[in-house]
Design a protein around this ligand. Sequence first.
Ligand SMILES: *Cc1c(COP(=O)(O)O)cnc(C)c1O
Length: 356
Amino acid sequence: MLDLKIELSANRKAKPADETKLGFGKIFTDHMFVMDYDQENGWHDAKIVPFGPVPMSPAMTCLHYSQEVFEGMKAYRAPDGSIKLFRPEENFKRLNVSCDRICIPQFDEAFALHALVELLKIDADWVPHTDGASLYIRPFIIGTEDALGAHASTTYKFFIIMSPSGAYYATGLNPVKIYVETKYVRAVQGGTGFAKTGGNYAASLKAQDVAEEEGYSQVLWLDGVEHKYVSEVGAMNVFFVLGDEVVTPELDGSILAGITRKSVVELLKSWGYRVSERRLSIDELVKAYQDGKLKEAFGTGTAAVISPIGELKYKDLVMEINHNEIGELSQKLYDNLTGIQWGKLPDPFGWSYDVK
Ligand SMILES: *Cc1c(COP(=O)(O)O)cnc(C)c1O
């Protein structure tokens, strides 16, 4: 395994006094992980250093052609004071999948996890103690070559930065209003939808803005070819309870393979639910609503875990779901997942990873 050098910060910052007012992704811990890549040495010079600005050339590849991939994960403070991660191997595996799509060289996943664990041990005091708050972790890789030619960079930097973040739901689970997007698309098959890359987010900002102007908090994306099949909701995967079937769109290359999505599917199956990963058209969804079969809808992702959908607007049709209240299944999934993540419930699947 690579060597990991450690340079500790001489001036540690004061920790936020009020953990109920952390917000999201605005404060950073004392240290970060950095590792370099070049063609001669491969990945090398791995180190933990004080968090701070990075020298950059205004010509570097990622700034012009978006050669960038990232991950989002959290560290949780368990009741006994220990620190836990949730399925972290899955994040580094997915980061390499994203790398492959964006022509970034593969890295050693076990080493990346080892580096994260060392970083967490150094900045352990930054993992919040307040209920619902956690330490958000952002691994990312950028192309750094000083060249404007539109080709893959020959040099890269891998970073991990960390940010104490507040509870997503300050006042418990809240249903959100969703606008079904019929003009803009997020991804197409053959594109980069399955990769966690900044470009996908840039492409989705416009629709998000329009939805917000109309009073909706996110958009429900339809497929990029026919504008017919349900894809994702905002930057979350999406589930619908249709009668006794729980449906989520199949991973067709345009959809991000969420780790929360995967965990929800596994939990539901373990509870005996009928879960289908399949194509679901907006017409089928509307029909299910009209027939009274659309019982619940929710988004899934690391940030919110479960985000119940209370209202769905498609063209002129406003569909109220479960009386705009949190569904029974949404609540049960939220309680079980967060219980496992925070070490408050047994972990029958071995998803929790102890940082030690
Ligand atoms: C990160 C992300 C998700 C959720 O993935 P998790 O692993 O569950 O956090 C879903 N969709 C998109 C587009 C994403 O970027």
